[in-house]
Design a protein around this ligand. Structure first.
Ligand code: ADP
Ligand code: MG
Length: 715
């Protein structure tokens, strides 16, 4: 028996086999071409086969030039007859290309694309796709899509992504792919997906899919191939995530919690309001997790203002009840400080068991660890955390990760804002007592769509807080996109302040540098105190201020001594001042939906009616759609779906997915249903311990890439 996956020389080729074949084994790939291919991350035959066409030229839809209809879009295949380049006024250039196909001639014009003159030359066969119009009696296309046909034949011609510098032409890739397909034909490509599943979804087999995506006979082949390959990508991820989750449950030893409910009971009594039904349900889920033998790995999703903090505090306190410590990690210092204040307030007066004290108890201790804490204090807090004298430590991701040793860490809450990676989470596991691993609760700042959550956090159990506490007056959102509206906006701010309320003004998002951002916020502040907000107590808050400065401004704002806080997005997450009823976001078109929603969530936290003003014009149609969505909806879950619709998955997956190359064809935007199916099939096959699992898991390992899986395997 062998565990070698390369199989025998005649068995069908697995993905691992294909990955083991270097691309330079193919004809015509010498050192130079293999270097060029490496630049586009094609090293193995598998990489090549997964280097999918960017689009396909459907030559069955090709038209003769003589048949073209003015005003309609069309595709022609023709030979270049002449290329001219002209300078226009200013620095503009125009390249004119005359092509002919025997039936007639057509002129393609390109403005400000001087490189076209180098790309195209006489005698080349090209494909032009664009709208046909007429100029001085001649047929013309302006700035059509151009593909070089090379010597490619076939009814549907694949067009491969081409990097300008990469130096691998689409036609070269096509030829190499064809050769790879031809040479794999003898052994054929293995398909470990069980027949039953294939039939259920009407999938073609893997071999057919690979052939179909690269050398289709018709566009329907492409569609069939894509459906199968998209499934494979998403299924690999789900299979690996679910497997990981199961492995963890089977192998990891959790902390022996003893949530007595004594302290949490006191906490709940002291609140002055009942928990929402959703909070009760989620708290129950967490307490049940804590009593299981393996550690909790749970994601807490909830809309802004749904009361996630209280759920987190309840979890930390439940750990403390059993004699363990808790840690809470925030993405920013401001937020860590805010949590520290909030948590200390909630837990004030609680006592913990302490055999060394005369009374047998001592006050529960919550400490803050940020860069703002003095070196001496920090040293003391670290030492006392190590000795177990501190019960709950609150800090930023960075601090808790590196520096802290715990006496008996039992519960970690990560307030995440998409910034905390899988790798970092692993670090925490070393911090539990005697080989056991602390429970982990991850909270997202704003909801993310279900399919994205399933892909990014698919190894976690999910709790959803889908209910806002009662008594909130809904936030009215207004878009001020002209001077009149803006005048009304500032007068509204002044009115609210006159009524004893407070306001935030968030300054434009500047991606350039910290320094620029600070300048912009300082300038805005000056303009406002000299103008629209003259006479009010207006203070500044930005990331370049020291922690002490930030804290003093925040506490002045909390206590009502400051009327208006002019800030950068440092206030984005978590800031909780119920008396603030106006949020003004300047140049709102530059912010993303999630960020706007999060910023808006800083108001509407008390009993007074609140307003969010989105100021400025939207510079793009997407920007306009974003602002309109915000005006229309205050439901974070609905907004998250719109966000995915507008932006695609890239930004939503964010840092967590950086460097992962597992989504080549699949899109969380258009293939949502497939994500769900992939999850279902993964669960089904793992539950049934299906015979195909070993091969499928190996596929996943190959598709998800070396580092990733090695990491996943290690854990
Ligand atoms: P988020 O989910 O955005 O983190 P928070 O935890 O900051 O929300 O809670 C928002 C506000 O709602 C806080 O002021 C908190 O005290 C309050 N709150 C939390 N739970 C309830 C509840 N069940 N009833 C009333 N107010 C609540
Ligand atoms: Mg919060």
């Amino acid at each position: 028996m062998t565990t070698d996956h390369s199989g025998s020389a005649s068995s069908p080729l697995t993905l691992r086999d294909l990955d083991a074949l270097e691309v330079d084994r193919l004809k015509g790939v010498g050192p130079k071409r293999s270097a060029a291919l490496a630049k586009v991350d094609v090293r193995s035959v598998l990489d090549l086969l997964r280097y999918y066409p960017r689009r396909w030229i459907d030559r069955t839809r090709e038209e003769r030039i003589s048949d073209l209809v003015i005003g309609e879009e069309a595709m022609v295949v023709a030979t270049v007859q002449r290329v001219d380049q002209r300078r226009l006024r200013g620095k503009r250039t125009m390249v004119t290309v005359v092509v002919g196909d025997g039936s007639g001639r057509l002129t393609a014009t390109f403005f400000n694309q001087p490189w076209r003159a180098r790309q195209l030359s006489e005698g080349m066969d090209v494909v032009l796709f664009g709208k046909v119009d007429e100029f001085r009696g001649a047929l013309q296309m302006s700035s059509p899509v151009v593909d070089l046909l090379g010597d490619q034949t076939g009814r549907v011609v694949p067009v491969y992504p081409q990097s300008e510098k990469g130096g691998v032409a689409s036609a070269d890739v096509a030829r190499l792919v064809e050769e790879a397909i031809r040479r794999s034909r003898q052994r054929s490509i293995a398909d470990p997906l069980p027949d039953e599943i294939r039939r259920r979804f009407g999938f073609v087999d893997r071999d057919t899919a690979i052939v179909g995506i690269h050398t289709p006979e018709a566009m329907t082949d492409v569609a069939d191939a894509r459906r199968r390959l998209v499934f494979d990508e998403l299924f690999s991820i789900q299979l690996e995530l679910v497997r990981q989750q199961r492995d963890r449950q089977a192998t990891e030893v959790g902390v022996d919690h003893a949530p007595s409910g004594l302290m949490t009971g006191k906490l709940l009594q002291s609140l002055g309001f009942p928990l929402t039904g959703a909070q009760q349900r989620v708290i129950r889920e967490i307490v049940e997790d804590m009593q299981r033998p393996h550690p909790m790995h749970r994601l807490l999703q909830g809309d802004v203002g749904a009361g996630k903090t209280l759920v987190a505090v309840h979890a930390l306190l439940s750990a403390v009840e059993g004699g363990f410590q808790g840690a809470m990690m925030a993405p920013t210092e401001v937020l860590a400080e805010q949590h520290h204040l909030g948590v200390s307030g909630l837990l004030a007066g609680l006592e913990v068991h302490d055999p060394n004290s005369l009374l047998g108890t001592r006050p529960l201790r919550v400490e803050l660890l940020t860069n703002g804490v003095s070196t001496a204090d920090r040293r003391r807090i670290l030492a006392q955390t190590q000795s177990g004298d501190v019960d709950i430590v609150i800090g930023t991701h960075a601090l808790i990760q590196d520096a802290v040793g715990f006496f008996r860490l039992g519960m970690v809450v990560i307030d995440e804002q998409h910034r905390f990676g899988v790798e970092q989470r692993a670090v925490l596991r070393d911090k539990g007592p005697d080989g056991s691993e602390p429970d982990v609760l991850v909270m997202t700042a704003t909801p993310i769509p279900r399919t994205a959550a399933m892909t990014v956090y698919g190894d976690l159990d999910v709790s959803v807080l889908d209910e806002l506490p009662p008594g909130r007056t809904p936030i009215v959102t207004r878009w001020a996109d002209g001077p009149l509206d803006e005048a009304e906006m500032w007068s509204h701010v002044r009115d609210e302040v006159a009524d004893g309320r407070q306001a935030y003004v968030v300054c434009p998002l500047i991606d350039a540098s910290d320094a620029l951002e600070v300048r912009s916020v300082v300038e805005t502040h000056e303009e406002l105190i000299g103008g629209e907000l003259h006479g009010l107590a207006v203070e500044l808050l930005h990331g370049r201020m020291t922690s002490a400065e930030k804290e003093s401004v925040m506490s002045a704002f909390r206590s009502g001594d400051v009327d208006v806080l002019v800030a950068t997005t440092v206030i984005e997450v978590g800031v909780d001042v119920p008396n603030a009823t106006v949020m003004v976001i300047l140049d709102a078109g530059r912010f993303g939906i999630a960020q706007l929603h999060q910023l808006r969530g800083r108001v509407g936290r008390g009993t007074h009616a609140s307003t969010c003003w989105l100021a400025g014009e939207a510079t793009t149609s997407d920007g306009e759609a974003r602002l309109e969505a915000l005006v229309e909806s205050t439901d974070g879950f609905a907004l998250a779906e719109i966000d995915l619709e507008l932006r695609g998955e890239g930004t939503i997956l964010g840092d967590r997915q950086k460097g992962r190359n597992d989504l080549r064809l699949a899109s969380l935007k258009t293939d949502r249903e497939v994500v769900t199916h992939a999850r279902e099939v993964a669960l089904e096959l793992l539950d049934a311990d299906a015979p195909a699992l070993e091969a499928l898991l190996d596929d996943a390992a190959v598709l998800l890439g070396g580092e990733e899986t090695e990491y996943l395997r290690k854990n």
